[in-house]
Design a protein. Sequence first.
Length: 426
Amino acid sequence: MPFAIENVRIADLTWLLAGAGGPRMLASLGAEDIRIEWKDRIDTLRLGGPPIPMGEEREKFLRGEPFTAKSEGINRAGNFGENNPGKRGISLNLRTEQGKEIFKEIVRISDIVVECFTANTMDRLGLGYETLRKINPSIIYVQQPGFGKTGQYSEFVSTGPVAQAISGLTEQSGMPMPYPPAGWGYSYMDWSGAYYCAMAMLSALYYRARTGEGQYMDCSQAEPGIYMTGTAILDYAANGRVWQRYGNRSPYLPAAPHGAYRCQGKDRWIAISIYNDEEWRAMLKVLGDPAWARDAKFAKFATRLLHQDELDGLVESETVKHEPFDLMNRLQAAGVAAGVCQTAADRIHDDPQLKHRGFQKMLPHSEVGEWPYKDFPVHLSESPAYVGGTINRGFPCYGEDNPYVYGTLLGIGQGEQRRLAEQNII
């Protein structure tokens, strides 16, 4: 079957996840992505994080056993690999005049330029949108600074946790005072920014197909986070109420119990939500009808809401007796909303639903061999997406596709390529 996107080429200057995630999505949909890097300032994810295990350590990983992986160079970085499958990769020094001219030639044959530097980095290099649109009037230029192209914060450096904090999400998440804000996890805003970037690129491609015109797109990483705080903003604007953290409870959809409860095993938990008396009785039956549940203050939903702290402790005194997955299955069979707080190992090795959905795909790689990658999270019936993209490959080694891009696409001879490499241009 055909990909959803065909004959679309991306000049990809992104970093980390917030930048790389959007092009990753389009590569899965069929775009040719050319990841452009330079060794003197390489993506930090190539340098840190868990390396992909090799040899016996890999066999342990694939069997679901504990393993230790040694860092063995920039082409075996797990986090970088997860963010960049299905992409080609070239090395190019944009701080040289000839490197800039080569980049312009890549732009000339591309449909999209996407980057996530600070707001004016590309302008200072002489490679901003106004320059590139003169070379390719139909180019789509996507910029992803932390706080947008303009304004007081435009030159601020940002990462996912910084954008999340500025947006207000960090302050809203966590246990009630006096506990500090907890936030939503390190990379939450990175993935949110990635999805918005992908949506923006698809919208621009659709617009160009209708009009023939490219456009500039300013994608702030922080603003999608503010978008998700709308309820708290509306409550304050309309009622003057300042958001209070509720832990695992919801102020808008009452439930009791409503939380994560300890189970058998080391650091094993299950989330349970009870919204009415029928679900309450079903949960108690699964838990063996404990005597404490006959207390009058737990008889009705309204009174259970008034005693949630005590109720949480009593529910956990029962869940701790159970294996988490067995308890989840029994509660679900009884009509109770319940789910194990899964670890990474659970999701990778044991989750039957993810296996059924084909959540992970094995892709080849020039150095590490076959390795699993998260596939595109939406299944399309007529134009299936594929994490390996059109090249059926994992992430690129540094400069791996120089011969293809410089030779096949740009027509630069092998001798000239060697000279450019010797002069630290490619």
